[in-house]
Ligand binder design. Structure first.
Ligand code: C2O
Length: 501
C-alpha cells in the first residue's frame, strides 16, 4: 500500500509571496489523492505507541515555531478557524490574512467545512512531523479522541502541565488538565444525533432542494440549510449540538470559545472524532444521506492552504468520500453508503411540516450559574392530557424548546431535567433527563440561540411513573464540575416552550 501522496508543487513561490503580502487568496484547484492512492488510518489517540505520540508532538511543536503569517504555522491554521482579539488566548496575530475566520457553524457546511479544514491541517502537520523526526516517508495520520470511551483528557495533553514544557498543553478546565473526568458521560453521547435520519432541514423556503423541508428548525443530524456560507446561530444540527458544542464547553479554557479553540491541539482530535461520527451515521443507512440535492452544499468553494503554503479550494462534492477522495479512514469504521455527486441522489420528503406551539413559560430571563434553576411551563386547560395523547399515539413529536439562550461567559454546560422533584438526584439515565445545553460561541458577540429536545418518549415514561401533571417543571443542573474561578453566570435563558411537530 503506497503511503505517499503526490502534491502539486508548481508556482509555490509565487502563491506564497502573494499570501505573505496579504493579497487575495490565489486559490487553485487542489490535487486530491484519489482512489487507490493509499490510505492513512486515523487512530484513537490511546492506541498510539509512545513513539507515535512523540512524533505527533514534535510536529505540533515545529508548526508552533513558525511565524503566524506563514500559512503552515500553528497560529495561521488556528486563525482560519477563528481570530481572537489581542492576547485573549496567547500570542497576538495582528492583521487579516486569506481564509482567516471562515469556520462554519450552525449551517449545513458545518461537517463539510471542518472535514476540509482537518484534511489540510493534517497534510501540513504530516509534513511537519516528517521534518521534525527526519523521516520523509513517515505515514502520519491525525489521531482522534473518543471521549465516549475515554472521558479523561489524554495524558500527553496535560503532563507536563505548562505550555513552555509541553506543546500539547493549553489552558482548560482544571478538571481536564488535572486528569479528572474531563468529558462527563452524559456530554459525550452521540445517540440522539446518530438516530436521526435527515441530514438537514430548511425553514420554509421554496428553494430548499436536498434538505427536508420544515417551517422551523428541527432535529436533524447535520444542520440547517443555508444558501450561502454564514453563521446561522440557530441552525445547529444535533451532532453539532452534542457531542460537538457540549464537548467544547466542558473542556473549557480556549476550547470553550470559537475564536480561541483551534489554538488548542485537542481541537483537532475532537474534530476528527466528529468527522468519524459523520461516517458512522452514514453507515447506519436507512436513507441517511448527505444533501447532494443542494447545489450550494455541493459546490460552494472554501479556501485552505496545503503543506507547501499554497492556497487551495475544496467543495462539498470533493469530500463526500473520505477514503476514495481524501485517502484516509478511521480505525474500525468502514466507509459505506457513500454517494458521489455524479450518482443519482437520495431526495428527502419535501412536504413542509409545521410546528405548533403548545405551551410556554413566558419571558423568564433566568440566569444559569452554579445552582440548579427550575422554569415552570403551565399545561393548564387539559394540555397535559393532549400532549400525553400525542405522545402515546405518536401523532406528532413533542419537543421541549429552550429559547433565546445568551452566552454570558464561556465554559458552563447544563443538563436539563423535566419534572424532577427537589429531593431527587438528577440521573441522566432516567426518563427525567431531556438532554444537555452548552453554547459554543464568541462571548463578545453573543448571538441568542435556540435548542430543541425531543421528549416524546419521556412524556410517556413520566406518565407511567405518575409524574406527568398540568405543570411542566424544567430544571437546569450544572453538568461540568464547578471550579474556583467560575463566573456567577454562564448562560441566560429567556423562555422554555413545548411544541408539537
Ligand atoms: Cu468550528 Cu469545534 O469548531
Amino acid at each position: 500500500m503506497s503511503k505517499r501522496i503526490v502534491f502539486r508543487t508548481a508556482s509555490v513561490g509565487a502563491v506564497l509571496m502573494l499570501v505573505l503580502c496579504a493579497g487575495p487568496a490565489a486559490a487553485v484547484a487542489v490535487v486530491l489523492p484519489g482512489p487507490g492512492s493509499g490510505e492513512y488510518v486515523r487512530k484513537e489517540f490511546h492506541s498510539l505507541t509512545p513513539e507515535e505520540v512523540e512524533a505527533y508532538a514534535a510536529g505540533v511543536e515545529l508548526m508552533k515555531s513558525r511565524e503566524f503569517i506563514d500559512p503552515t504555522s500553528w497560529l495561521y491554521q488556528a486563525n482560519i478557524h477563528g481570530v481572537p482579539g489581542g492576547t485573549t488566548c496567547g500570542t497576538a496575530t495582528p492583521g487579516s490574512y486569506p481564509a482567516w475566520n471562515t469556520c462554519q457553524h450552525g449551517t449545513y457546511f458545518f461537517l463539510s467545512w471542518h472535514r476540509m479544514y482537518l484534511y489540510f491541517f493534517e497534510r501540513i502537520l504530516r509534513s511537519a512531523v516528517q521534518e521534525a523526526i527526519g523521516d520523509p516517508d513517515y505515514p502520519f495520520a491525525l489521531p482522534y479522541w473518543n471521549y465516549q470511551v475515554h472521558p479523561l483528557l489524554p495524558e500527553p495533553f496535560r503532563v507536563p502541565n505548562n505550555a513552555a514544557a509541553n506543546p500539547l498543553w493549553t489552558p482548560r478546565s482544571a478538571w481536564c488538565n488535572q486528569g479528572l473526568t474531563c468529558v462527563p458521560p452524559p456530554a459525550s453521547s452521540s445517540e440522539v444525533a446518530l438516530a436521526l435520519l435527515h441530514f438537514c432541514n430548511c425553514p420554509g423556503t421554496s428553494s430548499c432542494a436536498g434538505c427536508q423541508r420544515y417551517l422551523d428548525p428541527l432535529l436533524t443530524f447535520g444542520s440547517e440549510y443555508s444558501a450561502f456560507p454564514q453563521h446561522l446561530w440557530n441552525g445547529h444540527g444535533q451532532l453539532e449540538t452534542q457531542p460537538h458544542d457540549i464537548v467544547h464547553v466542558v473542556i473549557g479554557g480556549w476550547m470553550s470559545r470559537v475564536d480561541c479553540s483551534a489554538r488548542d491541539p485537542i481541537f483537532y482530535l475532537h474534530h476528527a472524532n466528529i468527522d468519524r461520527l459523520w461516517q458512522v451515521w452514514l453507515n447506519l443507512g436507512l436513507g441517511r444521506a448527505n444533501p447532494l440535492g443542494a447545489d450550494s452544499w455541493k459546490n460552494q468553494e472554501f479556501t485552505f492552504f496545503d503543506e507547501t503554503g499554497e492556497a487551495v479550494v475544496l467543495t462539498g462534492c470533493q469530500v463526500v468520500d473520505m477514503a476514495g477522495q481524501l485517502g484516509y479512514v478511521y480505525d474500525g469504521v468502514p466507509v459505506e453508503n457513500v454517494q458521489h455527486c455524479d450518482e443519482p441522489i437520495f431526495t428527502p420528503d419535501q412536504s413542509a411540516q409545521q410546528k405548533e406551539l403548545l405551551a410556554a413559560s413566558g419571558d423568564v430571563q433566568v440566569e444559569l450559574g452554579a445552582e440548579p434553576v427550575t422554569v415552570i411551563v403551565p399545561l393548564s386547560n387539559d394540555l397535559d392530557r393532549q400532549i400525553l395523547e400525542t405522545a402515546q399515539t405518536d401523532s406528532g413529536r413533542i419537543l421541549l424548546n429552550v429559547d433565546d439562550v445568551t452566552l454570558v461567559n464561556p465554559g458552563g454546560a447544563y443538563s436539563i431535567y423535566i419534572n424532577l422533584m427537589p429531593w431527587e438526584e438528577p440521573d441522566p439515565s432516567s426518563s427525567h433527563f431531556a438532554g444537555n445545553l452548552g453554547i459554543f460561541g464568541n462571548p463578545n458577540h453573543a448571538h441568542e440561540q435556540d435548542r430543541s429536545y425531543d421528549v416524546t418518549d419521556h412524556v410517556v415514561a413520566l406518565s407511567q411513573k405518575g409524574r406527568w401533571t398540568d405543570s411542566l417543571e424544567v430544571t437546569f443542573v450544572r453538568l461540568d464540575p464547578e471550579e474556583a474561578e467560575d463566573p456567577e453566570v454562564f448562560l441566560r435563558v429567556d423562555q422554555v416552550s413545548v411544541v408539537k411537530q
